[in-house]
Write a protein that binds this ligand. Structure first.
Ligand code: MOS
Length: 738
């Protein structure tokens, strides 16, 4: 029987979006809405010594509140989150006069209009006493320290005997790779609308986790979680920065409480650069040793990344290195360096993006030294077992990804020597990188309700980041219920719905779809039992095995004339909806298998020999990501990751002024991201092989893998085109021309 799952169904929320009916956090209408703006610090480190003109600003037209450390409500625990990071972030909630980074929130102005609030904010005169700031990441490397249990991962690992492996090798690579600070910049900036009704707080918040936001805000403000409701039906992108509740969320709630009106606080684009996370600087040293035939004998990865002065957050660059190749002798380490910047955070494939750039660049360098095809080198060191945990991968068809990708791309036409392929003035390079990302899954619950009108309502407290959650969950529900997708309304983005995990770590589809499927199967079984038990039903008395639900009708498999619509079954039974709720989570398979997704990314790069300009006319990527829930939304999501990879490889870089701690390109004019003109042909294939052990649908999640592997593939292509190895991202024309 053909399934709805997998089909390239149009987005069920597509019409809402293109007609502007989809409501984002900052768009909810509220009577008596007041508008807040954040005022942020202009120094990198120090204290506020005075705020001279609070009274004058307070009396400016329309101003309702000037909230600073002088008058902000005192929070329990000084506003420090009772949860430890990264679950509970260390926020800036106006509890004292300290300034720890430039662009840190230091005041909130609330007024009757956004214009009045903005104007008033510009007039606030804050005087600071500056203290020395640590702003030079490389200069501070001597003060690096090991983080404690970074995001639940091991800080360091070792297996075998690294030094012996180095001695055993005959060809060696030892290089340092660096990546810059990057900022997420989803199209929709962070925004929160806070509304108090007595003790009850409702937040319309742009968040990747309604339940996480509810718990974080409740803990921060010292109120009971039952008194906080978070609503978030649509996001204009998340990418990790909306995976934590940053300062503005609690500040909006505090300000709303003070003025006794609903308050909306939307960050301005420059405020996206500082108080809401970033991808940190990384400096990564990779050492490889191999035999003449390419067999790896030793591998070491030492990663440094920056964090803030007040909270540890680690870019876990070594995660890919630990599991990708069958190398017996290995050491990996993570170290942190504190600088006076806002705390970095999860940014699409945090660790895997930066780490796979370094590792897959180093593998390319090793292949060049061995005079070996980079693809052959990968295959030589292929592993079906996760070498870290010594567990077999539940399913790994990366070999097929390499082979099909090479075929589709025409990899065999690649000449070995760098700078050996050209067309006129254009140097042509072919580059390869391996993509990988862990398959994550968490406990999730869902509710299914078959309604008296014969339609169904299915719900889970998950989120729609713009990736297609509404659509794919509708498809999963349609198959499990036996209902047409048009007859299903899927609800999400509300902390009062059955609990689902935050939409991060590529875990939503893999966590929520089994719960949706289970709740829907149970509702369907109830519908079948009701029909069987009802003497008035045409299917009465038949056996359960003989029945199915198709298009919302209970039908006999053997006699298609025996059929009964859901609405009639419910009506005869008294007209009450049929309801089922289910919670699903992983089981003992976690002990038996390692769960990872994989892909192979092939890139053609063109470099103008005279000007050094770099173009990427063609990307071919083949993915092993488990079952595909929707071929159209999946392709879009992987394409989005690849396009971001072009940005990370060639364009993106937030520049920190090491004198003042200010980001000098905190806007979308100077923070470059790829536009359509930067993107050539993108050919995405998925092998669509369901994971046999991961969950009931065999789906592994695809949110992040698209940005992995591609960055190295582009840098490797640039090397192949030009003979210049760029180890410092982004790869820009000045670095290619040296
Ligand atoms: Mo993702 S960086 O875990 O939102």
């Amino acid at each position: 029987m053909s399934t709805i799952v997998g089909q390239p169904l149009d987005r069920t929320d597509g019409v809402l979006k293109v007609t502007g009916e989809a409501r984002y956090a900052a768009e909810f209408p509220e009577a008596r809405l007041a508008h807040a703006v954040l005022v942020t610090s202009t120094i990198a480190h120090g204290t506020i010594t005075s705020i001279d003109n609070v009274d004058r600003v307070q009396s400016m037209p329309g101003v309702l509140l000037v909230m600073t450390y002088l008058n902000a409500p005192r929070l329990p625990n000084n506003g420090k989150s009772p949860l430890s990071p990264p679950a509970g972030r260390h926020l800036s909630l106006l509890q004292n006069n300290e300034v720890r980074y430039s662009n840190e929130p230091v005041a909130v102005i609330v007024a009757d209009t956004l214009e009045h609030a903005t104007d008033a904010g510009r007039h606030l005169r804050i005087t600071y006493a500056q203290q020395p700031a640590i702003l030079d990441f490389r200069g501070a490397l001597n003060d690096a320290y090991p983080p404690d249990n970074p995001q639940g991962r091991k800080t360091d690992t070792a297996r075998g005997d690294f030094d012996a492996g180095v001695r055993e090798g005959v060809v060696h690579v030892d290089e340092i790779y660096t990546t810059p600070i990057e900022h997420h910049n989803p199209m929709e900036p962070h925004a929160t609308l806070a509304h108090w009704d007595g003790p009850q707080l409702t937040l319309y918040d742009a968040t990747q986790g309604v339940t996480g936001a509810k718990n974080a805000v409740a803990a921060t403000l010292g109120v009971h979680p039952d008194n906080v409701r978070v609503i978030s039906p649509f996001l204009g992108g998340g990418f990790g920065c909306k995976g934590s509740s940053w300062s503005h969320v609690a500040l909006a709630a505090m300000a709303s409480h003070q003025v006794g009106r609903p308050v909306r606080l939307a960050l301005e684009r420059p405020q996206m650069f500082g108080p809401v996370g970033a991808r940190p600087y990384t400096q990564q040293r990779i050492q490889l040793a191999a035999r003449h035939d390419g067999t790896l004998t030793a591998m070491r990865h030492d990663s440094y990344s920056h964090t803030s002065t007040f909270e540890d957050w680690t870019e876990t660059c070594c995660m890919v290195t630990r599991m990708l190749y069958a190398v017996p002798n290995q050491v990996t380490t993570h170290r942190l360096v504190k600088i006076n910047a806002g705390t970095p955070t999860f940014m699409r494939a945090p660790g895997e993006t930066t780490g796979s750039f370094a590792l897959e660049s180093a593998m390319d360098e090793l292949a060049a030294k061995l005079n070996m095809d980079p693809l052959a080198l990968r295959l030589k060191n292929y592993t079906d077992v996760d070498p870290t945990e010594n567990k077999p991968f539940s399913s790994k068809v990366l070999r097929a990804c390499y082979e099909q990708g090479a075929e589709r791309f025409g990899w065999s036409k690649r000449s070995m020597a760098p700078r050996s392929m050209r067309s006129g003035n254009t140097l042509i390079g072919y580059g390869l990188g391996t993509a990988t990302y862990p398959a994550n899954r968490n406990e999730a619950a869902a509710l299914a309700r078959i309604l008296p009108d014969g339609t169904a309502m299915v719900a889970s407290g998950t989120q729609e980041l713009g990736t297609g959650t509404y659509t794919v969950m509708t498809q999963v529900a349609a198959d499990a219920l036996g209902f047409p997708p048009q007859g299903i309304h899927f609800a999400l983005g509300d902390s009062t719905l059955p609990k689902a995990p935050g939409s991060g770590g590529s875990q939503s589809a893999a966590s929520v779809s089994p719960a949706v499927r289970e709740a829907c199967s149970q509702a369907r079984d109830k519908l079948l039992s009701m029909a069987l038990a009802d003497p008035a039903s045409p299917v009465h008395g038949m056996s359960l095995e003989d029945l199915s639900v198709e298009n919302g009708w209970v039908v006999s498999r053997t006699d298609a004339t025996k059929r009964d619509p859901a609405a009639a079954i419910i009506a005869r039974a008294g007209g009450q909806p049929i309801e089922a709720q289910a919670t699903t989570k992983s089981g003992p398979e976690r002990q038996q298998y390692a769960f990872h997704s994989f892909g192979a990314v092939f890139v053609e790069v063109h470099v103008d020999e005279s000007l050094g300009t770099i173009r990427v006319p063609r990307i071919v990527a083949v993915y092993d990501v488990g079952r595909i829930l929707n071929r159209k939304t999946a392709r879009s999501q992987l394409m989005g990751g690849l396009v971001w990879g072009i940005g990370a490889a060639l364009e993106e870089e937030t520049l920190l002024d090491t004198r003042y701690g200010r980001f000098t390109n905190a806007n979308l004019a100077e923070y470059h991201v790829p536009v359509n003109a930067d993107v050539g042909t993108i050919d995405v294939t998925f092998l669509d092989q369901p994971d046999p052990h991961f969950n009931s649908l065999g789906v592994r999640g695809i949110g992040e893998i698209g940005i992995t592997g591609v960055v190295a593939a582009i840098a490797n292509g640039v090397y192949h085109a030009t003979g210049v190895r760029v180890r410092d991202l982004p790869v820009t024309l000045d670095k290619v021309m040296v």
